[in-house]
Design a protein around this ligand. Structure first.
Ligand SMILES: [Zn+2]
Length: 180
């Protein structure tokens, strides 16, 4: 209840034209079901795309985009009891997620104890950082979308597809095609 009241008064005090987080200088994130709310002081330290196999599996997506913050600038605003943790001892990392809806929440590494990484996708306000860096790009899967040209799929509004015959070719195959 306290959290709800706090949120309400913060919303009331925000100027009408200002973004939701402007008055408190924080970036707010939440899980899909809303049980967990997180915030970091604005702006985040940096943001990047993580193409590693570990993050791909943990988040169930082609690559994960993270926002990094000092732990001292990070807070669980609501739902601490709903947070579940998984320690990956081999990798020396801990990942947390909402125990109710499964949304990934944080990613911490033992060798960087003062840092916490949060999926950019769960923020509902601006984080103050653009993801301009690509980590572990060598681990990206061959099926990941890399900006190949797309065309509308006839009869399916809103669906785009990659036309066949435009697959990326290995340099050797290109060379052979050129020689033929
Ligand atoms: Zn949830």
């Amino acid at each position: 209840m306290v959290g709800i009241r706090k949120e309400h008064s913060a919303r009331k005090s925000a100027a009408a034209k200002a973004p939701a987080n402007a008055s408190r200088n924080v970036a707010v994130a939440r899980c899909m079901c809303g049980a967990v709310r997180l915030e970091i002081d604005y702006p985040a330290f940096w943001a990047w795309h993580d193409h590693s196999e570990a993050s791909r599996r943990a988040q169930g997506c082609a690559y994960a985009t993270y926002v990094g913050s000092w732990k001292s600038r990070f807070r669980v605003v609501k739902g601490a009891k709903s947070i579940r943790r998984f320690d990956d001892k081999g990798a020396g990392s801990t990942r947390s997620f909402c125990g109710r809806c499964g949304t990934p929440l944080t990613y911490e590494r033992a060798r960087s104890p003062k840092w916490v990484n949060i999926p950019c996708a769960i923020f509902e306000t601006r984080t103050g950082r653009e993801p301009r860096y690509h980590l572990h790009i060598g681990e990206a899967p061959e099926w990941a979308y890399r900006g190949e040209p797309l065309a509308p799929l006839k009869g399916y509004p809103g669906v785009m597809w990659e036309r066949p015959g435009r697959k990326k070719r290995a340099p050797a195959a290109l060379f052979e095609a050129g020689m033929a």
